[in-house]
Design a protein around this ligand. Structure first.
Ligand code: 3PG
Length: 404
């Protein structure tokens, strides 16, 4: 269920499930993307005169209060993003939250403490989850589901609560679903999928579901080495998932039989060790085994020739979905591949309206921002990590199912 006019929530108390799970480094937020993306719905509800209660998780606390995962530092950030005050409650369904929720006036916003401080949120037990959902539901008149990043979780504030209140998809969830649907069901050719990150096992479902829909599948990141191992290359001490080599061989075969054109790097930036200042050198893939005397090294980025080739394929594509960095972009010496891909995605963004470029996943979104790109240089930066991958795998997501 959706709403076209937020005025329907005027004078009503609305629980909004956002995904404010932002990366933190010693109490400091390192990427505000999810706060900014969540702000639109919260702001429009408050402007329409709703009494808004925002709820979210942060990190993975173990079902009990844990100060390092408090949402308290996010309250001023959210206030800045929505341009109005945000009251904070240091619990979710206790006295403080209940009192502050009841005291909300039209247009006021309350942020609850981390939902996962209550074991009912993530419980596998339907009864325990249901009981927590019931306590949350008692705070409000309506439920707006807007945490796209968490819709793949069957959790109290995402799934169970929809049974208990009139429920609606928020504008962020709607926008994310629309873009993901375009990728899955009506991508304009050429459609290129760029996958990186360290583990191929995280991407098997997406490869499986997109290999027959995409024209090109560009592979980068640590997962390259499982592909190279499947092709019989010597990969030195690079990361490999031996138990996935069989799956990868299957995909290479499907690609040959008419699936997407799977493109692997032709050169690799090798390093003597996993460190920012490690000695490094470029090796053609065909010569990986004959790296520096004695030390075989490990691959930490796609090489310059590959980066150029990937950028060309991306520039010539009308639809591009990218998930996962091409290398260890956190170390400047190994960031060039990821940078080249990001740059190619931003290409023609202003001049070609048929072009859709989507950056999916928390890591990739953080990568482009770390590398100095701004969100509006891309068609869409998804707030979903696991959620967008599972959507593109074709899975039914509990948080979306609950809204049907
Ligand atoms: C994410 O970061 O992908 C979402 O916030 C979900 O978090 P989770 O994987 O801890 O459920």
């Amino acid at each position: 269920r959706t709403y076209d006019d937020p005025q329907i929530f005027s004078h009503r108390t609305v629980l909004v499930r956002s995904d404010l799970n932002v990366p933190m480094d010693e109490g400091t937020i390192t990427d505000r993307g999810r706060i900014l993306a969540s702000a639109g719905t919260i702001k429009s509800l408050a402007e329409a005169g709703a009494r808004v209660i925002v709820m979210s998780h942060l990190g993975r606390p173990k079902g009990a209060p844990d100060p390092q995962f408090s949402l308290h530092p996010l309250a001023p950030e959210l206030a800045e993003a929505i341009g109005r005050d945000v009251v904070f409650a240091a619990d979710t369904v206790g006295d403080e939250a209940t009192t502050k929720a009841a005291a909300l006036g039209d247009g006021e916003v309350l942020l609850l403490e981390n939902l996962r401080f209550n074991s009912g949120e993530t419980s596998k037990d339907d009864g325990e989850r249901g009981a927590f959902a019931k306590q949350l539901a008692a705070l409000a008149d309506d439920f707006v589901s807007d945490g796209f990043g968490v819709v793949h979780r069957k959790q109290a504030s995402v799934y169970d609560i929809a049974d208990l209140l009139p429920h609606y998809a928020g504008s962020l969830v709607r926008a994310e679903v629309e873009v993901s649907d375009r990728l899955l069901n009506s991508p304009q050719a050429p459609f290129t999928v760029v996958l990186g990150g360290s583990k191929v096992s995280d991407k098997l479902g997406v490869i499986d579901n997109l290999i027959d829909r995409a024209d090109n599948l560009l592979i980068g990141g640590g997962m390259v080495f499982t592909f190279l191992a499947a092709l019989g290359h010597d990969i030195g001490s690079s990361l490999v998932e031996k138990d996935r080599i069989g799956d990868v061989k299957g995909y290479l075969k499907r690609a040959e039989g008419g699936g997407a054109n799977i493109v692997l790097p032709t050169d690799i930036v090798m390093a003597a060790s996993f460190a920012a200042d490690a000695e490094n050198w470029v090796r053609p893939v065909a010569e990986l085994e004959s790296t520096q005397a004695g030390a075989q090294g490990l691959g930490l980025d796609i090489g310059p020739e590959s980066a150029k080739a990937y950028a060309e394929v991306i520039a010539d594509s009308t639809t591009v979905f990218w998930n996962g960095p091409m290398g260890v972009f956190e170390f400047p010496a190994f960031a060039a591949g990821t940078k080249a891909v990001a740059e190619a995605l931003t290409n023609k963004q202003d001049t070609d309206s048929s072009r859709l470029t989507v950056v999916g996943g928390g890591d990739s979104a953080a990568a482009v921002r770390t590398l100095g790109f701004s969100d509006d240089e891309f068609g869409h930066i998804s707030t979903g990590g696991g959620a967008s991958l599972e959507y593109l795998e074709g899975k039914t997501l509990p948080g979306l199912e609950a809204l049907a």
